[in-house]
Design a protein around this ligand. Structure first.
Ligand code: ADP
Ligand code: ADP
Length: 225
């Protein structure tokens, strides 16, 4: 089952200006449910641009983005925001957790914003934290957690509303190698248990090799790695 499909995605910056650059030149990508794909790209190649377009945060100049078979790239901001909230989870190199709330609350809040009761939201948060081995830290604020724990909580928050697609931009890029491996294991467990489709940008070729396949962003197009 295809959950995310990009066809011929093109993106230019500084359109019509002297500094015009074409970052994406016809990107094609198909992500299936349960598939974990590594996105490898040299710095400046357009990896963040690609993740933002795939995640409906940005719109392509040409080409289409389909989620669950629905073409969304040309739709209104409102429709794209709705689809993004339902179907897409993001994680970044830095956790972006809310500092004044506990791990558990950070995972419960996005669910409650979607109409889930506090009890159910906390229960789902607990289950997610257990999956990544941080349940015993549920009541702690981000500053009281290690870098690896913070990142594992951020994964749980990204999955709080059960999205179909996870987009991760260097999720272990800020961690030492040992912690990076542990955090990646946790991410892989979450992806496998939920049947998510995940696109994970990384510079770490060992981690990339553990995913189902590798795609490389080169000269504005994706090639098999
Ligand atoms: P990566 O994530 O692979 O480092 P980005 O997608 O952030 O790459 O950027 C790709 C290229 O586009 C870079 O040359 C960057 O400077 C440029 N770029 C990114 N965002 C903008 C923008 N808003 N306006 C102009 N140029 C941009
Ligand atoms: P802007 O939209 O002006 O870039 P924001 O504060 O909205 O500023 O976003 C800051 C960063 O977070 C940007 O890189 C943006 O693409 C990203 N972002 C914005 N909204 C979301 C969202 N709902 N989920 C994930 N990332 C987001």
């Amino acid at each position: 089952e295809t959950v995310l499909q990009l066809k011929g995605v093109t993106k230019l910056y500084n359109k019509g200006l002297a500094g015009e650059i074409q970052v994406l030149r016809g990107v094609d990508l198909r992500l299936k449910a349960g598939e974990m794909v590594a996105l490898v790209a040299p710095s400046g190649a357009g990896k963040s641009t690609l993740l933002h377009i795939a995640g409906l945060l940005d719109t392509p100049d040409a080409g289409t983005v389909e989620i669950g078979g629905q073409q969304l790239s040309g739709k209104s901001d409102r429709q794209r925001t709705k689809a993004r909230r339902q179907d897409i989870g993001f994680v970044y190199q830095f956790h972006h957790l809310l500092p004044e709330f506990s791990a558990e609350e950070n995972i419960a809040l996005p669910q409650m914003a979607n109409g889930v009761s506090r009890g159910a939201a906390v229960a789902r948060g607990q289950a997610l934290l257990e999956t990544v081995g941080v349940a015993h830290r549920a009541g702690h604020r981000p500053a009281e957690l290690s870098g690896g724990e913070q990142q594992r909580v951020a994964f749980c928050r990204a999955l709080a509303n059960a999205p179909r697609i996870l987009l991760a931009d260097e999720p272990t890029g800020n961690l030492d190698p040992t912690t990076s491996d542990q955090v990646f294991d946790a991410l892989m467990t979450l992806v496998r248990e939920t049947g998510l489709a995940a696109l994970v940008a990384t510079h770490n070729m060992e981690l990339a090799a553990r995913m189902d396949r590798i795609v490389k962003l080169e000269n504005g197009v994706l090639v098999a790695g």
